[in-house]
Design a protein around this ligand. Structure first.
Ligand code: F1P
Length: 290
């Protein structure tokens, strides 16, 4: 896992080039994925909507079970590191819509179901827990859906983050907050802590946190805010006032991949401290096959 995080830069370069050459399909799009890939689907759908496009993200398991109401979409973009997740392949079969696959493997049992397969080959991983594959696919969708020139600077800026990733407070429970694209990444960040370090971690849309979850805040709580909007400012004060230890990381489009890498490294460190092997996460497999 650690080697893969440290080698993310090359994979990001490939993702940036491919995003410019291939991009994502135009028109109303249903983005599907499972686990980490579902969180990325949420980022993609948000960015697509910001550009005035109809887009929705669903866990591929929902689309597999309930395809009836979804056949009006023009197309599907499936996201899957392995390209093998059963729910995604069955959803695409059940929907019968033109589909693209964003993956890291150039062949697989379900590739024939997709009209276009985008392969981030340098993002391929051996580790069970997704790190470089997620951040590279994130860079891909950010570039394809925003066209931001500043994203080209990410591989260079990564070196600085890897040299000094910073450390964060330890707690009994961790919350990750964000809005828009940062909300999807917040969910991925919480999953990293759960999968790797076996700690309680949850993610919420920042404003949703006031609607109940904040009752869980105590002095043992660490709240990470992937901040991208001024409306999150008073929330910070409120949470500190409740006794939480608050960590603010930049959550804008140009910073999200770097903030995520810092959290991936933190998850790795936390796992080690807790006597766990991040390369052998409990109960997990590389891909879920039903
Ligand atoms: C999705 C996924 C991973 C997770 C895991 C099982 O896989 O849920 O996010 O870490 O161990 O599979 P994929 O469809 O992106 O290959």
């Amino acid at each position: 896992m650690l080697e893969e995080i440290l080698a993310s830069g090359e994979a990001w370069r490939e993702a940036l080039d491919l995003a410019d050459r291939v991009g994502l399909p135009k028109g109303p799009t249903l983005f599907l994925g499972s686990g980490s890939s579902y969180f990325l689907a949420q980022v993609a759908a948000h960015l697509a909507r910001q550009r005035g496009k109809d887009a929705l993200a669903l866990p591929s398991g929902e689309a597999m079970l309930f395809p009836e109401g979804l056949r009006g979409w023009e197309q599907v973009v499936g996201i899957s590191r392995s390209g093998e997740t059963t729910e995604l392949l069955q959803a695409v079969r059940a929907l019968g819509l033109p589909a693209w696959l964003l993956t890291t493997r150039d062949s697989g049992p379900g590739h024939h179901l997709f009209a276009q397969v985008v392969v981030l080959s340098r993002a391929e991983e051996k580790a069970i827990v997704q790190t470089r594959s997620f951040s590279s696919a994130l860079v891909y969708v950010l570039r394809a859906l925003t066209g931001e020139e500043g994203l080209r600077g990410l591989p260079g800026r990564l070196a600085g983050v890897l040299e000094a990733p910073g450390d964060f407070p330890r707690g009994e429970a961790y919350f990750f907050l964000g809005v828009g694209a940062a909300w999807g990444v917040a969910q991925e960040a919480a999953l990293k802590l759960k999968e790797t370090a076996l700690v309680w971690a949850e993610a919420f849309q920042s404003l949703e946190f006031r609607h109940g979850p904040k009752s869980l805040v105590s002095e043992g709580t660490v709240v990470f805010l992937l901040k991208s909007h001024p409306i999150e400012e008073p929330l910070l004060e409120e949470l500190s006032g409740l006794g939480a230890r608050v960590v603010v990381l930049p959550g804008g489009v140009l910073d999200l991949p770097l903030s995520l890498v810092r959290i991936q490294l933190f998850a790795h460190r936390l796992a080690r401290e807790r006597g766990l092997d991040p390369d052998r996460p409990r109960h997990l497999t590389y891909a879920v096959r039903l």
